[in-house]
Write a protein that binds this ligand. Structure first.
Ligand code: PLP
Length: 380
């Protein structure tokens, strides 16, 4: 039996998208591929809600995180890294890797970034060159207030860099409206394409900085991406993952057909239903609920079980793959990804597997109590 993949990325990929990868490999510097690349980038810009170009990078989300920083950083530049989880931490590590002076602004994992603290830090450090924030902290199931942070940054020179890897296509991300200068995403989360690609879009202000900065990376030098994409037909500087781009192109068409607003609504419904279902089973949500994510729910592990026992049973006996916690949350929480193509179909199976596993592990569970919440929300 195929595993039902309910982790927060990679997510299940439809047959339609998988089949797109079977197309013949064509010349990556020819007309046919140029058209596909251009179309994929154009749809990506629509999903980012930006008038600016988007670039498809061969490399997972972390490649785009690197590209965002390695193209704007000079040795010693101050970067304000907002950190409330694993991926916020990653931006901090990338900053120092490329010689930046990271100013970390840390919040407890499970809480959202605090606007007032961000304001204060920016006032204390006028020479901050860029601010990084992760919209949807996949490690904790927290959504950060990217719109509000954008408003603060209206009055500041700093570039605004947003990681929308696990939110684009599943939650509201409006790059131009929020004043985001650099936004990145990955193929394998809410967009429901296979893993291995990422995308990045830059504002005019960000391009001004990129053009006047020596890139700290060769492969991800964005100036080269811009140059190649302006050729006729458009290209990438190096051989791209042609088959994955076929798949991403198809996946983005699916997003367009569903309609972005409908897709976000479906994700929101899945999030509400998941939270109601696990709470009905007596489980506790890990993050503050008012800032909880549209695309992933982090839940305290039921007391008296181990991660290995609990998730292992759900995987082996019921065929559902859930995610564990990361870093210090390992063995403390588990996570349900409800992103990409997830509907009530996958959620009823997932919650029923959790119910059966809890019962088998000796918990006093009324079977169906969680599943009924999924049905209630999706029928409302
Ligand atoms: N940012 C966020 C919010 C993520 O969830 C992830 C992956 O889980 C990444 C960045 C890194 O992406 P990748 O694993 O595709 O390199």
């Amino acid at each position: 039996m195929d595993q039902l993949l309910m982790i927060p990325g990679p997510t299940g990929v439809s047959q339609r998208v998988l089949k797109a990868m079977l197309k013949n490999i064509v010349n990556h510097r020819g007309e046919e591929f140029g058209k596909i690349l251009e179309e994929t980038s154009e749809i990506m810009s629509k999903i980012f809600k930006t008038k600016n170009e988007s670039y498809i990078l061969t490399g997972s989300g972390t490649a785009a995180m690197e590209a965002a920083l390695a193209n704007i950083l000079e040795e010693g530049d101050k970067i304000l890294n907002i950190v409330n989880g694993k991926f916020g931490e990653r931006f901090m590590q990338i900053t120092t890797t490329f010689g930046g002076n990271s100013i970390p602004l840390k919040f407890e994992w499970g809480k959202a970034a605090d606007i007032e603290k961000i304001k204060e830090t920016l006032e204390e450090n006028e020479d901050i060159k860029a601010v990084t924030v992760v919209h949807n902290e996949t490690s904790t199931g927290v959504k950060n207030p990217i719109k509000e942070i954008g408003k603060i940054l209206n009055n500041h020179e700093a570039l605004y860099i947003v990681d929308a890897v696990s939110s684009l296509g599943g939650d509201k991300v409006e790059v131009d409206n929020y004043g985001i200068d650099i936004c990145i995403t990955g193929s394998q989360k809410c967009l429901a394409a296979p893993p291995g690609l990422s995308a990045i879009t830059l504002s005019d202000e960000a391009w001004d900085v990129v053009e006047s900065t020596d890139s700290k990376t060769y492969y991800l030098d964005l100036k080269k991406y811009r140059e190649s994409k302006s050729l006729k037909p458009p290209e990438t500087p190096y051989t791209p993952s042609v088959s994955l781009i076929y798949a991403l192109n198809e996946a983005l068409k699916v997003v367009e057909e569903e309609g972005l607003e409908n897709r976000i609504k479906r994700h929101k419904m899945a999030a509400i239903a998941t939270r109601k279902a696990v709470k009905a089973l007596g489980l506790e949500i890990f993050p503050d609920e008012e800032v909880s994510s549209n695309t992933v729910t982090a839940i305290h592990l039921p007391k008296g079980t181990s991660d290995k026992e609990f998730r292992g049973l759900i995987r082996k006996k019921y065929g559902v793959e859930l995610a564990g916690g990361q870093d210090h949350l390992k063995g403390k929480i588990f996570r349900i990804g409800h992103m990409g193509n997830v509907t009530q179909r996958e959620l009823t199976v997932t919650i029923s597997a959790i119910e059966l596993a809890l019962k088998e592990l000796g918990f006093d569970i009324e079977l169906g109590k969680g599943v009924s919440k999924i049905l209630e929300v999706f029928s409302s």
